[in-house]
Design a protein around this ligand. Structure first.
Ligand code: C5P
Length: 316
C-alpha cells in the first residue's frame, strides 16, 4: 500500500508498461486529422513509475528523473502541456475537485520512441490520482478520461494484449498463452508521431507505400498464434504499416533491423511510429544473446530486454 502515516496514505506509485504494436494497419486520413487503424497492442515490462503526492498548489506540479542513462527527460515538457499533468487535471475536472497533486515520474521508457511512454505516464497519473484522491473510478471510467488525452492512453491504463480500433482507443482484450521475450533497441533521436503519419500519407499518394488494406482488422493468424502460444507463427504475423514511413525518416533503422535478425531474433520490426526497433526472440535466454550481440555492434541508442504481456501495477 502507499507510504503513509497515521492519518492515511500520503503517496501512491504505479508502474506502467510501455507498449509495442504486434500489428498496425493504418486506414486513410480522417476529416478530424486522425487515421482509423486496427492494431494489436502488447504491454511489456519496460516501464515508468509514476508517483502522486498531495500538494497545496492549485495545479499539478511534475518532476522527472531518468531511470537509466540515455533517457532524455530534458525533452519532456514539465509545464501544463505535459500529458501526465493534463491527465491529473482531466481527472480532477471529472471529479469536480481541485487538481492539487505533485507528480513524479521515474522514466525508463525512451522519449518519442514509438513505445507510448507519454501515454504510460498519463495512465500512471490517472491510476495514482484515482487512488490518492480515493475516487474509486473503475478501469472503464478511467479509460473514458484517457481517450480524450491521447489515442494510446486507454490501452496504457489496461495493459495486457488487446486489439485497438477507431483511432486506437476502442479496446478488446486478447488471450496470450505464455510470455513473449523481446529485445528493444532505442534510437539516438526520437520521431514525431504526426510526422510519421504525414509521411505515410505522402508515400501512399506517391505510390511508394501500399494503399490501405481492405477491412481494418488485426491479422487472424496473429490472434490465433497468440492464443496458441505459437512463437514462430507470431513472428511470421508481425506487421506494421508505419514501418516504411519511419524507415524513410530514419534510414539507419534498416541496419538495426538487419542486425537483430542476423543475431538470431525470430522477427524484428519498428515499434508503432518508431524509431524504437523491437525483436521477438524464442526465449528470455535468446533475448539476452541477441541483446549482447546488438550491444557489441554499438548502436547509438540503448539495447534492453523485456517480456510481455504486462499490466500496470501499484507499487507503493
Ligand atoms: O492521439 P494522439 O494525441 O496520441 O495523436 C497524436 C497525433 O498522431 C495526432 O494528432 C495525429 O496526427 C496522429 N494520429 C493519427 N491517427 C491515429 C492516432 C494518432 O493520425 N489513430
Amino acid at each position: 500500500m502507499g507510504k503513509g502515516n497515521v492519518w492515511g496514505v500520503t503517496s501512491v506509485s504505479w508502474r506502467v508498461p510501455a507498449k509495442v504494436n504486434l500489428s498496425l494497419a493504418i486506414g486513410p486520413g480522417r476529416d478530424d486529422g486522425y487515421h482509423d487503424l486496427a492494431t494489436v497492442f502488447h504491454a511489456i515490462s519496460l516501464s515508468d513509475v509514476i508517483t502522486a503526492e498531495p500538494s497545496s498548489a492549485q495545479s499539478p506540479a511534475i518532476t522527472m528523473t531518468a531511470a537509466h542513462d540515455g533517457v532524455d527527460v530534458g525533452a519532456v515538457p514539465t509545464d501544463a502541456s505535459n500529458l501526465a499533468v493534463r491527465a491529473a487535471s482531466a481527472l480532477a475536472a471529472r471529479l469536480g475537485r481541485a487538481p492539487a497533486v505533485a507528480l513524479h515520474i521515474d522514466k525508463a521508457i525512451p522519449v518519442a520512441g514509438g513505445l507510448a511512454g507519454g501515454s504510460a505516464d498519463a495512465a500512471g497519473a490517472l491510476l495514482a490520482c484515482n487512488d490518492l484522491w480515493r475516487a474509486g473510478l473503475t478501469t472503464a471510467e478511467l479509460c473514458d478520461v484517457a481517450a480524450d488525452l491521447g489515442s494510446d492512453v486507454p490501452f496504457a491504463v489496461t495493459g495486457g494484449t488487446a486489439v485497438g480500433t477507431g483511432r486506437g482507443e476502442i479496446l478488446h482484450p486478447l488471450e496470450v498463452a505464455g510470455d513473449l521475450s523481446w529485445v528493444v533497441v532505442s534510437a539516438a533521436r526520437g520521431l514525431s508521431t504526426p510526422a510519421v503519419y504525414r509521411r505515410l500519407d505522402e508515400m501512399r499518394i506517391a505510390g511508394s507505400a501500399p494503399a490501405p488494406r481492405g477491412p481494418l482488422e488485426p491479422p487472424p493468424d496473429l490472434v490465433t498464434a497468440l492464443a496458441a502460444g505459437d512463437l514462430e507463427a507470431v513472428a511470421t504475423a508481425l506487421e506494421n504499416d508505419m514501418e516504411a514511413a519511419a524507415l524513410e525518416l530514419a534510414p539507419e533503422l534498416s541496419g538495426v533491423l538487419a542486425a537483430g535478425r542476423f543475431a538470431g531474433a525470430s522477427a524484428g520490426l519498428v515499434s508503432g511510429s518508431g524509431p524504437t526497433c523491437v525483436f521477438l526472440t524464442p526465449s528470455a535466454a535468446a533475448a539476452d544473446e541477441v541483446a549482447a550481440a546488438l550491444e557489441h555492434d554499438g548502436y547509438a541508442g540503448r539495447v534492453m530486454t523485456a517480456t510481455g504481456p504486462r499490466t500496470p501495477q501499484r507499487v507503493a
